[in-house]
Ligand binder design. Sequence first.
Ligand SMILES: C[S@@+](CC[C@H](N)C(=O)[O-])C[C@H]1O[C@@H](n2cnc3c(N)ncnc32)[C@H](O)[C@@H]1O
Length: 337
Amino acid sequence: MKGNRCVKELNEIVPVIARCRDQINALEIDSVREAIKTTSSDGGDGTGADAPGTVAGTTSAAGVDAESVWTGKVEIVDLCSGFGYLGMFLSELLPASKVSKITLVDKSWPKHNAKEVKKHHLNCDHLYHEQWPIRLARSSQNLKNGTDTRSMTKRLISGAEGPVIMLGVHLCGTLSLRAVELFNANPEIISIAVKPCCLPVKAHSYRKEVWTLGGHEIFARKVCGVGKWKKGKWIGPPRTHLEGRFKLWCECLAEGTDIGAEGEKSTEQIQVQADHFQNTYIWATRPYGVGGNKPSLTTTHLEPNQQPGFGREPTQVKTVEAGTKKEPLCPPIPKGK
Ligand SMILES: C[S@@+](CC[C@H](N)C(=O)[O-])C[C@H]1O[C@@H](n2cnc3c(N)ncnc32)[C@H](O)[C@@H]1O
């Protein structure tokens, strides 16, 4: 790993590492244990009813006897991890006595059953050194694919022995929506840190999409942006016009983050990139067992005959069923339990 590359990566993730460490150190083990007990005894949905596949009082959605096996350690899931710089720093810097595993989720990892590692795959050799103080694991998942997110939720979130901390740094476009949606839908996740990168592409706006995230509506036409970087050069209109949209995008994501009655959320500007405006961190925390009560992410489309102007709210929206071909980019994530 080259030194200057490391410094560049570290610059952006330092705030996330610091926050993660503080949260883990402040975690009240007894109250989490109590919440796990309550959650597993009411079937995992806080209603007292048995959730499908669970046995009340004994088994979590993943089939684990959560109450008795929880070691008091949290698990960390890093979404769109890339090569895994954040995970590697966390492994070195977090207390190993309080974290059992850091899972790096990215669509570019080779699948575990892959016969060969292809050119487009991330090389994962570095994850499996015995020296990592906290175990690093990889999971090859496409966050925009319903099957992948369901299986990921089952194995990494509801299948976790205890609380999960979710991270998503440098999330492009609608991947930020996916991250917040996962947080909203899964009460095992006690905190999330999201650092959005670029805006959703204009195609969402042309399709007149309206996302409903945690009960909050986000109008694609207000937050989508034109232009992209190509070989270090910006292709598109002056980037300054995107700044306001980016601010609104981050506010909408924060607004749509479900923290229940006792959680906390905020957005924070930390100038980690001198020449860019994408310096917003979205933080949210909530007690274990809270969440999963808001409707999952939906994408609706304005009727074709509507041509609303910027800033005007639609009077009529058409709901598109989850997983239909009309909604290829943002299928709602089902609850998975
Ligand atoms: C901009 S990088 C962010 C990497 C890392 N978090 C960082 O801060 O350096 C984007 C990563 O997201 C992954 N990615 C893009 N789309 C994805 C998707 N739909 N599902 C899962 N991973 C995705 C890519 O493979 C890539 O590694």
